[in-house]
Design a protein around this ligand. Structure first.
Ligand code: G6P
Length: 611
């Protein structure tokens, strides 16, 4: 939620910030702005995309070697020019960008208004900024001191970056609960919500932790805690290439990321799975194998698409490991009084590793003694740092707001974790273990087969693009895939879609079925196949349109369905890694056919760092 970029050094700041904002647009895109210093502050802000900001500043004074920029996902105050960041303090000297929410802003605002402060926006950010200004004025102290005092009195989550028009040689930043990376260059520093705006300038980065302050000059980086003690910055080398965050000839990131799946799944398996030797090497699991094998219960915590991966894992882990699994929405878990018992293992799944609800849910479980195992895509992310152990999905940067390749990689990692536990626990036969290793090994090739010719899926998307509603049905391992298919369609095409267990459909959704309803079945050859065929009959009997994802060689469903999407046959435990791909493509092509911006669907953001 919200992307921030800042620069200080010997180059022109504006082009670096603008390019960085375009890379961070996935985090929010309802308004954007920059603040630069050239004999005073120059602040430019615009409702809409970064490209609109870019157009609006043509001919303006953009010269500056220091600057801050922001792309917004609105929380307090509608998207508008005046609510866009950066905000400027009442005395006109300070400019600030913010990612997060200041929860006690209303009280602070009232206090400031009583002192005569007037506000130009509806944001919590402007309140915090004037609060800092007020402290500075009253205490006659430096900006850094005022910031430290202010942050001890605010509740909520933030990354903030400040510039002072009278001190254009310094950037000050602070973090609690939202991500912040510093790029360390030669005589220059970069700040951003993730490394993507930084990689083309430097590969040396410092990840700022919660309750830390960074004071940056061209050639100096000072890191402190809120107690004003200096900390030693831990400089890490970025393992990211520029090509990974560019579209590479595809029309959209979403399409690129769907097509990358044969490679990303392969990368996820690489160095871990050896089907011939019959081994899975995962040090994160190995180090906690005893606790995992003996876990009385596994609780999976996640949000969104990652939660769907957790649901698939529930079926897989219970089947293979015979350990009870509960799958929780992080946002619900954190506010309940959840029962976490000694020895329980929490598997936290998150592409970004920054989702606010997931972070707090983990912290809550950790306080109660649970072991936290993170399944994450972004290396060095907040959740990676608070987990005891884990496994990365190695899917590479995912930029399209709708998660695709991260989801299939999550399924692969979760299945490997389950297999490793099951093998150690001897809860599955050697024969099934080797079969599944071989099946996993074949997934990248089978995913490539699906992607070889996507014309049929595109035609189906065009045929049903004007439907007002869609129902997605599946059973067993494919039930969560029905949920994921529905989520993809609604977020990308804005068609109302619901996912349901196919049998449960009779308890309500069947009332919706008529000739205008598109009903998508995930109906691959598995234990539930015959039952799903009956459910298809029930829909057909009521004249619903049936579109089914089926296994190659299936001759039963084809004649019954209006349209089919065919995937290679696979063991039911790995089938979800494949059956989701046609549904991802279907939503992509539907969104495109409806003329929508599939990479940046309205109201959504990729990284949800507010609760
Ligand atoms: C947002 C994204 C989804 C994602 C969810 C959870 O809603 O748009 O694609 O599944 O957050 O994010 P995480 O990074 O924790 O997997």
């Amino acid at each position: 939620m919200c992307g921030i970029v800042a620069y200080i050094g010997h180059r022109e700041a504006y082009p670096i910030i603008l390019k960085g904002l375009k890379r961070l647009e996935y985090r929010g895109y309802d308004s954007a702005g920059v603040a630069l210093v050239n004999n005073g502050l120059n602040v430019y802000k615009k409702k809409g995309r970064v490209a609109e900001l870019e157009e609006s500043v043509v001919g303006k004074d953009l010269h500056s070697n220091i600057g801050i920029g922001h792309t917004r996902w609105a929380t307090h105050g509608e998207p508008s020019d005046r609510n866009a960041h950066p905000h400027v303090s009442a005395n006109g000297k300070l400019a600030m960008i913010h990612n997060g929410i200041i929860e006690n802003y209303a009280q602070l605002k009232k206090d400031l208004q009583n002192k005569g402060y007037q506000f130009k926006s509806d944001t919590d950010t402007e309140v915090l900024l004037n609060f800092i200004e007020d402290i500075q004025r009253n205490n006659q102290c430096t900006l850094e001191e005022a910031l430290r005092i202010a942050l001890k009195r605010v509740t909520g989550a933030y990354v903030i970056v400040l510039i002072d028009a009278e001190h254009p040689d310094t950037l000050i930043a602070a973090r609690k609960g939202s991500p912040l990376v510093i790029g360390v260059g030669k005589g220059e520093h970069f700040l951003a919500s993730d490394a993507s705006p930084i990689i083309e300038y430097t590969k040396e980065v410092v990840y700022v932790n919660d309750y830390e302050l960074a004071i940056l000059r061209g050639d100096e980086l000072i890191l402190k805690n809120l107690g004003n003690e200096k900390l030693t910055p831990y400089i890490q080398k970025l393992d990211l290439e520029l090509a990974a965050i560019e579209k590479g000839g595809y029309d959209h990131f979403m399409l690129k990321e769907i097509f990358e799946q044969p490679d990303t799944i392969f990368d996820c398996l690489r160095g871990r799975l050896d089907a011939t030797a019959g081994t899975i090497t995962m040090s994160g699991v190995q180090n906690y194998l005893e606790q995992l094998v003996n876990a009385p219960r596994i609780i999976i915590i996640a949000c969104g698409t990652s939660w769907h991966a957790g649901l698939v894992a529930e079926y897989v882990i219970e089947e293979l490991c015979r350990i009870p699994v509960e799958v929780e929405y992080a946002s619900e878990f954190r506010y309940r009084n959840p029962i976490v018992r000694k020895g329980d293992v929490i598997i936290a799944i998150s592409q970004s590793g920054e989702t606010a609800d997931t972070i707090v849910a983990i912290e809550k479980a950790k306080e109660q003694g649970a072991i936290i195992f993170g399944i994450l895509n972004v290396v060095g992310s907040s959740i990676a740092r608070i987990s005891h152990a884990g496994a990365y999905t190695h899917a590479g940067p995912e930029i399209g707001v709708a998660s695709t390749k991260a989801f299939t990689a999550q399924l692969v990692v979760l299945t490997m974790v389950a297999l490793k536990i099951a093998h150690a626990k001897k809860s599955i036969s050697e024969e099934l273990y080797s079969t599944l290793l071989k099946e996993l090994h074949e997934v990248p090739g089978k995913a490539a087969t699906i992607l070889k010719d996507t014309d049929a899926i595109k035609k189906i998307a065009e045929k049903y693009k004007d439907a007002a509603n869609a129902l997605y049905l599946g059973r067993g391992y494919n039930f969560p895939i029905a949920l994921e298919g529905a989520l993809k369609l609604k977020e990308i095409s804005y068609i109302h879609a619901e996912g349901y267990p196919a049998a449960e459909m009779k308890h309500g959704p069947i009332a919706l079925v008529d000739a205008s309803l598109s009903v998508y079945f995930v109906a691959t050859k598995d234990t539930y196949y015959e039952k799903v065929v009956s459910n298809i009959q029930e829909i057909k009997a009521r004249k619903g349109k049936v579109i089914a994802v089926i296994s190659e060689g299936d001759e039963t469903i084809g004649p019954m369905a209006d349209d089919v999407m065919i995937i290679p046959e696979a063991h039911e435990i790995v089938a979800p890694m494949l059956s989701v791909i046609p549904l991802q493509l279907l939503s992509y092509y539907t969104g495109v056919a409806r003329g929508l911006d599939v990479d940046k669907p309205r109201n959504l953001a990729k990284s949800v760092t507010v609760e």
